[in-house]
Design a protein around this ligand. Sequence first.
Ligand SMILES: Nc1ncnc2c1ncn2[C@@H]1O[C@H](COP(=O)(O)OP(=O)(O)OP(=O)(O)O)[C@@H](O)[C@H]1O
Length: 668
Amino acid sequence: MSILSKLSQISIKSAVQSSKHCFSSYPWLHKPISRTTILKTWRICGFGAGLGAVTLRKAACAPKLSKRIDHLRTTEDQNASMTAGELWNLIKPFFGWFFAAVVCAILSAYINIQIPLCLGDLVNGIVKIIKDESNNLRSHFEQLKPSALHLMTLYVAQSALTFLYITFLTVLGERMATKMRSDLFQKLLHHDMAFFDSHKSGELSARLNADVQEFKSSFKLCVSQGLRTFAQTIGCIGSLYFLSPTMTMYTVAVVPGIILAGSAIGAGLRQLSRRAQGQSATASAVSDEALTNIRTIRAFAMEKLESRLFDNELDKARAMQEQLGVGIGLFQAGTNLFLNGMILSVLYGGSNLISKGEMTPGALMSFLVSAQTIQRSLSQLSIIFGTAIKGWTAGGRVLQFSRLEPSIPMDTGVCIPYHSLWGDIKFEDVSFSYPTRPGHTVFENLTLSIPAGQVVALCGPSGEGKSTITHLLERFYEPKSGRVTLDGRDLRELNVEWLRGQVIGLISQEPVLFATSVEENIRYGRPDATDEEVREAARAAHVDEFVSRFPSGYSTVVGERGAQLSGGQKQRIAIARAILKNPPILILDEATSALDSHSEHMVQEALNNVMKGRTVLIIAHRLSTIRSAQMIYVIKDKKALESGTHEQLMAKKGSLYRKLVEAHNVDS
Ligand SMILES: Nc1ncnc2c1ncn2[C@@H]1O[C@H](COP(=O)(O)OP(=O)(O)OP(=O)(O)O)[C@@H](O)[C@H]1O
């Protein structure tokens, strides 16, 4: 026996002995263990190990998946800024309201400057009463009346002006925000598809909502409080000078230093604010993406992981906002310390002047109240400064996308009159790569022709660019070189709105519906269609069959992106929508791929009716659909490799089409 086996026997023996010893102290352990108990134990161990493994796997996955978030981060935000000219352009349309608000705010500030002076007169009168040792107190009291009345008038006027400027500013702020939102939305709707390829919808919606809101609130605050407090500060400094030039000179000598320090801190805070807002937008993008893909998250049981990813981004945003808060807090604390020191110096210096007989108690009172008004105004200004930083950045973020001009203008170019439109399409030496992936060439000198009134099919392996051909035809993107023509005219000469709205009808692979009723979704094809025309299109696309079984019929709401319908039902509604649009050129991008063979047969029938007399471009994987085409192009290796009818291509020896059919890459 080898040394190793001896050693193992010894260890087994000692283990048995020690276990016996151990068992003897626990009598219940002497009971025979049943098979079920052993099985249960195994199951529990297995479950525990499984749970541990899943937790570990998820923990290990988290950092990997968090890379996904990197693509949701926005980089341009750092450059988001706004010029004074742009701010003026926003105000200009509502200048009347702005002017009224500014006048009221300045008048209110003027009154605030007057109040301390008037208060000083009143105090001097009171001092006279206190000092008077004659019995003429009543007449002194009577002399106070004009000052008291004056003060009363100022208080009432100040309240009225406050009411007015707040009202004017609310109207101004709301109108500006509405216009900003409307302009941005309009701009977004017209931006190039490449823009949407590189920006997340969550980010765009944050600019449209949260950023506009932030800009509006800070603008209102800056104009109402900022203007008033600024005017008050300047005015009160004037009053101070009038009351005591010496003390005023001492007081304001330190102001330039404070302004310089404030500007330096402000620049840092502005940058921090930009980063914090960018991070908040990333957090929103994460939640937005998760909520949009809730079904995928459910299917993979990733709720906890997604929640962790969101928390992670939220934490970063929170930390940055906290840093910003600390920065603003420090700024305000410093300002307050400086201002309180100023008041103390005023009291001390003022008492000194009174003792020398160079100042009256009333003047000191006025000086003090004016200095306090300045103090309040400046500390208010420091708050406003923080808000202005946030608002300025938010406004810049909104304008950043409003400034961009789409490279494809929507409303310029020629519209071919309906009666002379044939629908003859040609791709001439087209080279193309997507703007977001410029290094990846999708087509190189692609040439193909879709003759007017004919049905042409595109087939070929996945990812070779079939759908891209439809994108170029719809002019979602521009070719890098070469041209796409309609009836011999370059698409670049034609009006895009007319092309997409009246000439081309697209039924795509994944139809997306609006979260409204079936009827409204179909009517989207032609908003002025009558109810009967909508029903007719629905019948032609076999929508009627399933909709009539819904309790609410055509009023049934389809849910977000049509989530409450099956893929085939969505597809049929999309077909009805295209039928209603009645375009001269029809693109069917795997339009029947989501249907079962029965529905496909019915929809194909409907499509056959619609296709008559039109130019039709079909992208399909089903042989039954492809073979009916008058011309088939096989797209591969960045070009149209082969073309011909089904019979011609099948008869051609070594043809790629034949290989695809035989390899079932084209479904039979
Ligand atoms: N918006 C986009 N941005 C960047 N690249 C894209 C975009 N859309 C498609 N592509 C790329 O362009 C190439 C062609 O894609 P396309 O969708 O046209 O292929 P396809 O032949 O229609 O594929 P399938 O038959 O699978 O639908 C692919 O490599 C794809 O990854």
